[in-house]
Structures are given as C-alpha cells and as structure tokens.
Design a protein around this ligand. Structure first.
Ligand code: 5AD
Ligand code: SF4
Length: 461
C-alpha cells in the first residue's frame, strides 16, 4: 500500500468534521468514509473550527439541497483563510454531478469525490497533500461478477465500521446496491449514482453479521431500488432470497429495507411480510403522484391501479401494515384535477406518513425540459393542502394507537429530556417512554397513553 503522507498514522490524531445531507445512502457513505479516516488516525469533531479536514457529503436531489452545499462552501472559504492548513473535501452527489465545474466555482475545495469513489478518499487526501493541488475522482463502480457465492460460504470476516458518533448503535444500514436503472424523468440519481450495481449476497450477509456482532439489533438494507437487487446483469432479481438470508441470522431482531419502487416490488417480497416476523409491519413505497397521466410523464411504469394492487398484496400479508410514501407536487403539466387525484389517493391508502416535495427541475433530466412548468405559488399552495390532509391522517392513526400494547425497539435517549427514551413500533411509529434505566437496545412492550402528529407516548408494561 502506498504511503499516505497527509496523515501521521502513529502521531497526534487529526480531526475531521463531517456534514451529511440527503438520503440514508449518504448517511451510510459518511460512515464508510469515517471508518477509512479512522484507519488514518483521524478523530471525529463536532466543532468545524478545530477540524483539520472538513468533509461535506452532499445531496443533489432538489435545487434547495444543492444550494445549502454552495452556501456552506462560502462559509468554509472564509474559515480556511484563517486556517490555511485546513483541508476541504466534498463528497456525494453534488460532487459527482458537477465534478470539475464545482472545483472551478469553488476553488477552496481540496478533494472532490463521487459516491462511487468512496474508497479513494485516503489516496486523494494524500495526493492533495503531496501536490498542493485539488484532487478529484468521479465516476461509477463496476459490476461485481461473483454472484454465485452463497451465504453459507461466508465467515463473519468483514469489519463493521464504527458509526459517525464512534459508538456502535442498535440500528445500522447495510448497502446492498449502488445506482438505479429506472430513469424517472424528474430524478437526478442515475446521473449521480450511475446504473445499478448489486453487492453479492455473501458480502451483504458478512457485513450484516459483523454489524450484529457489535450489538446492532435492527438492520436496514439500502439501495435506490432494492427490489431489483441482483438483476444488474439481466438476471432475475434475488431480493427475496437476500431478505431470507439476512432474516435467518439469529442475532437479528428487525429487518427493514428501502427504497422500494412499486414497479419492481414483487408478490414474493410482499408475501414475505406474512411469514417473516422480523420484517415488521411497515413499508415505505413511494408513489409520487395519484394521477395516471402524471405517472406516465414521470415514467414511473406503474398506474395508480397497479400501485393499489401492490398495497392489496401487502395488506393481505399484514392487514394492518403501515405504508408511507413520497409525493411530488407541481410536476410539469400537473392540473388541478391531477392534484385532486393525488389527494384522493392519499385518503384512499391512508398513508402513515408522507414525504412531499415541490417539483425541482434538475439538470439533464427530461422533466426539466418540459415546457409546462408549474408556477412556484401553485406548488406552494398544493404542498400546504397536502400537508394539512396528511397531518390529519397521521394524527388520527396515531390517536388510534392509544391503549394498544406494542413491542418497541429502543434506539436512543432524548438529548433534551434526560430519562426519556425513543424507540419504534413494528409499524415504525416513534414512541417516547420515561424510564429509570437505559433502555437502548431492548425490545419491550409499551402501553400507548397519548399521541400527537409526530410521536406516541407510552409506559413500559
Ligand atoms: N423534485 C422534487 N422532488 C424530487 N424527488 C426526487 N427528485 C425530485 C425532484 N426533481 C423526491 C421523490 C423521491 C424523493 C427521494 O425525492 O419523491 O422519492
Ligand atoms: Fe440525494 Fe439522491 Fe444522492 Fe441520496 S442519492 S444523496 S437523495 S441525490
């Protein structure tokens, strides 16, 4: 291995400050980069002013997310003027999408790397330290071709990276796939994370085992389109097989996965919810719109009726399954009638919660070139109506939990209120409980006593 001259592996630790935007994929990537930096004798600091290395892990999904990165880079430029030894690294989807253009616009960046180049971080830091110039790596991961390996071949040799806080936590992410082959017309992901590349079942099981060995009780399998897992070379998807292999690990209590495109969700995976209790009673299934003409222009490849059919599969497996979704309002050409159809779908399905966004045109995506863009004021007004409707549904569902006894996996303690612990039910509802001892990592029955829009309150029984 080449010498990494930027870091002094045996000397005084250097300090890294990490800021992460965007989805769980980015959160998982930040953990991975931190694990690589820990091997180079870096320690995490929450204080940006004392950092030797500031790492921004960026998101490009909407213009607002990109703007935040640019304004943060402005602040860091001023800070770097006072601390010339500071290194600024920009990772993630803005780095991939904008590459050299971003370096030109923000020359204070010393290292720039896309999500497919995470493993190059130590090399890029070293290159920058040697040359004094900006070092860059973008582009996408290549296909693995050893899909034949079976989970039984695996020893738990993979090393679990520490979490960002340096502690091992109860709920951890496992990346199963990079990229996406779906090309929805609004979405920048194919340009920031490339085409689908799946890890092998053996790799995913090995990493899962390693995380469980550190005390994790819940795992979330991550990918942009998890249901097509394993089909990158035109083979049939193997996601159900992967779920069975991970669920079979005895130390695992709960298994979640995200993100599911309804187009690729199979009956086999929906049916697994009936037979595999570790999957719980919750799924995030983004629909984006309740109008067929809009879904067609988004190139979602499912109709509203097909989406509802998948909801029926899930509800026949688990009758009270909680389903959440993503919605975009003000997609080009969205009429009042289209929007009314979205509102009607929200009521019909009764989502447990929704993430709703105003459409934001992204460079290179087909929808950004559509001529019938919707005025911002109309998007604002529709978003408000949608929020009001969803809030009333979520509140109603949460109030209906009062007096139920639910098994809760406790995940963390309250920062603001000592003695309070937060966990989640199988339906993924957030629960707060007061206790005299540390509950983190335990699954305990809780009687729900009150509820509001955001959380349930309860007592241990
Ligand atoms: N504008 C607004 N929302 C978007 N999303 C993705 N691309 C855009 C865009 N251009 C939303 C979708 C997706 C979620 C992660 O972000 O709802 O499911
Ligand atoms: Fe943002 Fe998409 Fe990149 Fe995640 S994959 S960080 S949501 S642009």
């Amino acid at each position: 291995m080449s010498q990494v001259s930027d870091v002094n592996v045996t000397g005084t630790p250097k300090k890294v400050h990490v800021e992460t935007w965007g989805c769980q994929m980015n959160a998982a990537d930040s953990e991975r980069m931190l694990a690589l930096l820990a091997q180079q004798n870096y320690q995490l600091t929450p204080i940006v002013e004392e950092a030797d290395l500031v790492l921004l892990n960026t998101c490009h999904i909407r213009e607002k997310a990109r703007h935040k990165v640019l304004s943060r880079l402005g602040v860091l430029r001023d800070l770097k003027e006072q601390r010339p030894g500071m290194t600024i690294a920009v990772a993630g989807c803005v780095a991939q999408a904008e590459g050299r253009r971003l370096l030109k616009a923000a020359p204070q960046i010393d290292v720039l790397l896309g999500p497919g180049k995470i493993e190059d971080l130590p090399r890029l830091l070293s290159e920058h330290a040697d040359t004094g110039k900006s070092a860059l790596a973008t582009g996408f991961a290549r296909h693995h071709d050893d899909h034949a390996a079976e989970p039984t071949d695996v020893d738990a040799e993979a090393v679990a990276p520490p979490t960002l806080s340096g502690k091992h936590e109860v709920s951890r992410y496992v990346n199963i796939q990079q990229g996406c082959n779906n090309y929805c017309t609004f979405c920048v992901v194919p340009f920031t994370r490339g085409r689908e590349v799946s890890r092998t079942i053996a790799e995913v099981v090995a990493e899962s085992k390693a995380l469980l060995a550190t005390g994790a009780r819940e795992l979330t399998l991550l990918g942009q389109n998890v249901n097509s897992y394993g089909s990158d070379n035109g083979e049939p998807p193997r996601f159900a097989e992967l779920l069975r292999a991970v669920a079979a690990l005895p130390e695992l209590d709960r298994l979640r996965f995200t993100t599911s495109n309804p187009h690729d969700l199979t009956r086999e995976v929906a049916d697994l919810f009936a037979t595999e209790p570790k999957l719980g009673r919750y799924l995030h299934l983004p629909v984006q719109s309740g109008s067929d003409p809009i879904l067609h222009r988004m190139q979602r490849k499912v109709t509203v009726a097909e989406y509802l059919e998948r909801v029926t599969w899930l509800r026949s497996a688990v009758p009270d399954i909680a389903i959440s979704t993503d919605l975009i309002v003000g997609f080009p050409g969205e009429t009042e009638e289209d929007f009314a159809a979205t509102m009607a779908l929200v009521e019909k399905v009764g989502f447990s919660f929704t993430f709703s966004f105003k459409y934001s045109p992204r460079n290179n995506t087909p929808a950004a070139r559509y001529l019938d863009q919707i005025p911002e004021s109309v998007k604002d007004e529709r978003l408000t109506r949608l929020h009001t409707l969803q809030d009333s549904i979520t509140t109603k569902q949460n109030l209906a939990e009062i007096n139920e006894v639910r098994p809760v996996l406790f995940l963390y303690h309250s920062q603001k209120m000592p003695g309070y612990y937060y966990g989640r039910t199988e339906h993924y509802r957030l629960v707060r409980v007061a206790a005299e001892r540390n509950l983190v990592g335990e699954i305990l029955p809780v009687k729900i006593t009150s509820a509001n829009k955001t959380a349930l309150l309860g007592d241990l029984v």
